[in-house]
Design a protein around this ligand. Structure first.
Ligand SMILES: [Zn+2]
Ligand SMILES: [Zn+2]
Length: 300
């Protein structure tokens, strides 16, 4: 049973297609500061109750504040000191809170990169998981075992085994509709019909910042949802755009849609694909921000 669950998780790994370059799967951190065998759904959870999300909050938004994004895990390394592997995780710092959006695939690599970046894992007070693919959830168990005590937001579409596993070890909030996670930091709520996913929308003085894991529901749909939550200009879209198999025509239409939606800067990462990354780079010029582990972006 345990083996079966693990196999299912691995088979469901992001993108529905192999990363392409097998070398991308190889972490440059062979040493393991913590065990990497702690797949969240791969051991026997107790049967705790899962906390249901608070429907509404009355918290104020951060409005004019600055958000600081640090990509801690990506397919490529922006900071040559860091390792890279297929997956994604980004630390989102807003006034008074440190949120980890996704946790990468390899637990040891996540913690090693955080260590090199001087990020204390126990300082993470909130974790948001975009979707139930191992390249986004693989570091969660290791993070919790460091003594971190975050509130973990995960879509209701996650398997019951995973939800129960989290609820047994952390304060779990199951997300369905859009909600304000922290002041000025929103979940899009569950999106998509196949692979269900949530993204982040952050209110800054410079406009909305959209953070996406793999964008399985469609990157344009994610940005549209973000604009419903925070009307106005979109300062930045960062994360996986999931366009590795998109045709040049589809990519061209998506770049045009970004323009129509008022997206000022982009930082495509993870599963965006080389062709789409190049197209965004050409279209956005100086407003194309290279992603990769170790990249720090401040907005606001
Ligand atoms: Zn992914
Ligand atoms: Zn995925």
């Amino acid at each position: 049973m345990v083996v079966w669950l693990f196999a299912v998780l691995v088979a469901a790994a992001c993108s529905g297609s192999p990363p392409g370059d097998p070398a991308a799967l190889t972490t440059t951190f062979p040493t393991t500061p913590t065990t990497t065998t702690m797949s969240p759904a791969s051991d026997s959870p107790a049967s705790p109750t899962t906390t249901t999300l608070p429907n509404e909050t009355t918290l104020p938004t951060i409005g004019e504040a600055t958000v600081r994004l640090t990509i801690v895990y990506d397919n490529t390394a922006y900071d040559p000191r860091l390792g890279s592997a297929w997956g994604f995780a980004v630390l989102v710092e807003v006034p008074g809170a440190r949120l980890l959006f996704d946790t990468g695939g390899d637990a040891a690599l996540l913690l090693a990169n955080m260590d090199l970046l001087g990020i204390d894992p126990t300082s993470v007070d909130t974790v948001v998981l975009s979707h139930e693919h191992e390249d986004h959830t693989g570091g969660l168990a290791a993070l919790l075992y460091t003594g971190a005590d975050p509130v973990v937001y995960l879509p209701a579409a996650f398997s019951l085994a995973f939800r129960d596993w989290v609820a047994a070890r952390a304060r779990a909030v199951v997300v369905t509709a859009p909600l304000e996670i922290l002041p000025g930091v929103f979940s899009t709520g569950e999106m998509g019909e196949g692979i269900i996913e949530q993204a982040l929308v952050i209110d800054t003085g410079a406009g909305a910042v959209v953070v996406t894991g793999c964008a399985h529901p469609g990157i344009v749909e994610v940005v549209r949802r973000a604009r419903e939550i925070l009307p106005g200009e979109v300062a930045l879209v960062v994360g996986g755009f999931h366009l590795g198999e998109a045709t040049p025509g589809q990519i061209e239409a998506i770049v045009a849609a970004f323009d129509e939606l008022g997206v000022r800067q982009v930082a495509p990462a993870h599963c965006t694909g080389a062709l789409a990354t190049r197209a965004f780079s050409e279209a956005y010029g100086h407003d194309f921000l290279e992603a990769g582990a170790g990249r720090v972006i401040e907005v606001g």
